[in-house]
Ligand binder design. Structure first.
Ligand SMILES: [Zn+2]
Length: 408
């Protein structure tokens, strides 16, 4: 794989070319098969930044091209031996050329802000941290059949938060043909934060990945305790690559469930700008699978019946008529145990299969302590004190629920 950046004011264009051993079908770190659509993308920064450290340019490119790279990646500027080493150790890929440029570092922590409940919860924990928001825009060479994705609505909600905000627009999701346009690696959402890291003096980037994504395997790895999570553990391949580029991955809500992030988001001053659905304009669409899942969690947190027009026969509700395992199963258990009248909803069958109770899901109301211990030192105390005051930590017995998840 060979990558080359060109800049035109604040707009950075990347062209990448496959080597003979590379293929147009590859795999994301989460295991999903990905098919390449096109070999160019751009990232529009709000202004032309001063110099960008070559490791930041290289890592931005790597978040897009990694799935399709088999043996080596050749960047257009020499990278630090630290970053080359992280790519070599993490992926078994030879990265270069390496130069004499020292490794970079920065001081501030920014939030990769989407506007969903998890990132609003992070914002509540870190009230002074600036936001960097990724906005999808169309690609000149790929038809946009996803016009119902209202990324403009999410960006305008981010503007209304009143926080220090950098909106970065990019078409990089259209490099992916299958399964659909999206981030080739989950970390590509950080493209803007990476390219602005020197300009904003960033040393860390906080993501809204919660307990399920970090420790329980998350959506696509169903039901497995994942301390060595390749994507989000500090010692995982991606954690080490970001650290090598001086932008540490920070997961302030990595130890808490989506019930906790929902509770924090609903109680936040940003509640009015909260939006987890990409489809709605005046509000969430209320009809997609994500809206249904989040409604279950919100109803559980608010201890009220489910409000939805989605019926059991609808395609988005089909999986809840089948036996487990389910993606995000811990939250389905939590919701089924707490929503009054669940037996008369689309989750009735799931509730019968799971037989969860408030007692069996109480661990999901507290924080898994190792998640705070792995936060880089400069920001650990702030997160620890927030968790201590607003959430509370799991007991040893509750922590064992995390560590035995999927063991049966
Ligand atoms: Zn929706």
């Amino acid at each position: 794989m060979r990558v080359a950046w060109t800049a035109d004011g604040g707009t950075w264009h990347l062209v990448f070319r496959l080597d003979p051993e590379d293929g147009v079908t590859g795999h994301c770190a989460d295991g999903a098969a990905l098919k390449l659509a096109t070999n160019t993308f751009r990232v529009e920064l709000p202004r032309a930044p001063r110099d960008i450290h070559p490791d930041l340019l290289a890592l931005t490119a790597w978040t897009v091209v990694a799935p399709w790279t088999r043996r080596r990646v050749t960047f257009d500027r020499p990278i630090s031996p630290e970053l080359a080493g992280a790519i070599g150790d993490g992926w078994g890929i030879e990265a270069g050329p390496t130069g004499t440029t020292g490794a970079r570092s920065g001081g501030r922590l920014a939030i990769s802000y989407s506007g969903g409940a998890d990132s609003v919860a992070v914002a509540a924990m870190l009230p002074d941290a600036p936001f960097v928001h990724f906005q999808r825009v169309s690609h000149p060479r790929v038809p946009n059949r996803w016009t119902h994705y209202r990324s403009d609505v999410l960006a305008s909600l981010a503007e209304k938060t009143g926080r220090e905000l950098t909106v970065v627009r990019s078409d990089l999701e259209f490099t992916l043909a299958e399964p659909r346009p999206g981030y080739p690696e989950h970390h590509a959402v950080a493209a803007g934060a990476l390219l602005m890291a020197d300009e904003l003096d960033l040393g860390g980037l906080a993501f809204g990945y919660e307990l399920g994504s970090r420790w329980l395997g998350g959506a696509r790895y169903i039901h497995r305790y994942t301390p060595d999570n390749l994507m989000w553990a500090p010692h995982g391949a991606w954690g080490r690559a970001f650290a090598a580029a001086g932008l540490h991955i920070v997961l302030p809500v990595g130890g808490v469930s989506e019930a906790v992030t929902m509770r924090l988001a609903l109680g936040s001053e940003l509640r009015g700008q909260l939006r987890w659905c990409l489809r709605g304009v005046g509000g969430p669409c209320g009809t997609c699978g994500k809206c249904l899942y989040k409604e279950l969690i919100q109803a559980a947190v608010e201890r009220r019946p489910l409000r939805t027009t989605i019926t059991a026969g609808r395609p988005v509700a089909r999986k809840w008529q089948q036996p487990p395992p389910y993606g995000g199963q811990e939250m389905i258990e939590y919701g089924c145990a707490r929503v009054p009248g669940i037996e008369d909803t689309v989750f009735a069958a799931a509730a019968r299969y799971l037989r969860a109770t408030e007692a069996s899901t109480a661990w999901l109301d507290r924080c898994y302590p190792p998640a705070v211990a792995e936060i880089p030192e400069p920001w650990r105390k702030q997160v620890h004190d927030f968790v201590d005051g607003e959430i509370g930590f799991m007991s040893e017995e509750e922590a064992r629920r995390v560590e035995t998840w999927g063991a049966r």
